[in-house]
Design a protein around this ligand. Structure first.
Ligand SMILES: Nc1ncnc2c1ncn2[C@@H]1O[C@H](COP(=O)(O)OP(=O)(O)OP(=O)(O)O)[C@@H](O)[C@H]1O
Ligand SMILES: [Mg+2]
Ligand SMILES: [Zn+2]
Length: 309
């Protein structure tokens, strides 16, 4: 590589690292949370107060706010989130789902509102409504096609999550469920900091369970004083169709051990559903083993929240 080329590459990298480049605010503007050139801490504090006030007003008419988190990816957070939403709705509660997985949105598909495009009114962003009466917003609903990959940088993803928190016209809800990407990155942190959560539900499988990953989530929640409603073990067993015996797929119940170790309740175990192809919307009418199994978890959450009240 010639030295000119190396210089080009260097300046490319520099530009990529500059978050102001993709920001619509003036460089150094106090309107941008992530601006490295932003001004005094007084400005920042004022801005944070304004933001919190706006979020408070918006979330005032929502009774319970719960985020669904995990240490590792692909353990079934989105599936459990959508199943909880369907169950709460069937139990007669008013439910909204905020899909805070900006880079990998799955909620529209699971709730059967794929392809919906968000619209705005003077009251805010209007959520989509599933046939089961669950309201939802997702980054997928602001893109042209659902197979467009989201290559946004951290600060932009955080901005979108903030807009979903501050600007969606949910109306009155009993439950707002927030589906998150795995781990302790920007989105989980922003959601735990910005939303006064009633609690988080941690989803894990007993396969390749990384105690370290789950402990990071538990520590993050405890540091931010967010209550932990409990652990859910997903894909924990397979029910034999012949004798009803429960066959554990991933050996011993490592999620149960984790629960004891950290003093966090195990609030449910969801079996593997051999019928779940992952490509269809989750049906709410008893045809989905996952959805029917999650009913007990939904009831448990209601009783935990009522006990706390
Ligand atoms: N109990 C289950 N039985 C059968 N398949 C399941 C079960 N739970 C989840 N799945 C499937 O496992 C895959 C991962 O689930 P899902 O997308 O809900 O995980 P996730 O934790 O949200 O993933 P990500 O970390 O990518 O957001 C999907 O194909 C889903 O259909
Ligand atoms: Mg997911
Ligand atoms: Zn059997």
């Amino acid at each position: 590589m010639s030295s000119a080329n190396v210089e080009d590459k260097k300046s490319d990298l520099k530009e990529q690292e500059d978050p102001c480049k993709s920001c619509s605010e003036k460089k150094g503007s106090s309107k941008c949370d992530n601006c490295p050139s932003a001004q005094s801490s007084a400005d920042k504090a004022a801005k944070k107060a304004e933001r919190d006030e706006r979020i408070m007003k918006r979330l005032e008419s929502i009774k319970y706010k719960i985020a669904i988190v995990s240490g590792k990816g692909g353990v079934g957070k989105s599936t459990i989130t959508a199943s909880l939403a369907l169950n709460f709705s069937m139990m007669g509660y008013r439910v909204g789902v905020l899909d805070a997985d900006v880079s990998g949105p799955n909620i529209p598909h699971l709730l059967g509102v794929e392809g919906h495009k968000l619209t705005g009114s003077e009251l805010g962003i209007e959520p989509a409504m599933s046939r089961n009466g669950v309201k939802a917003v997702s980054s997928e609903m602001v893109l042209s096609t659902s197979d467009t990959p989201m290559l946004w940088r951290g600060p932009m993803r955080t901005t979108m999550v903030y807009q979903f928190i501050a600007d969606v016209n949910w109306g009155s809800l009993d439950f707002l469920l927030v589906d998150l990407p795995p781990g302790t990155g920007d989105e989980p942190l922003s959601v735990m900091q910005m939303i006064p959560l009633d609690g988080i539900v941690i989803v894990s499988t007993s396969s390749n369970l990384s105690v370290l990953d789950v402990s990071k989530i538990i520590n993050m929640a405890r540091n931010l004083e967010v209550p932990i409603l409990g652990l859910v073990e997903n894909m924990s067993y397979l029910q034999c169709p012949d004798c009803d015996k429960q066959i554990r797929l991933f050996g011993e119940n490592k999620v149960g051990q984790l629960s004891k170790h950290y003093g966090v309740d195990l609030i449910g175990q969801v079996p593997v559903d051999p019928q779940n192809s992952g490509v269809d919307e989750l049906p709410a009418d008893g045809r989905s083993l996952i959805v029917t199994s999650v009913r007990a978890i939904a009831e448990k959450i209601v009783s935990i929240l009522k006990e706390k009240a």
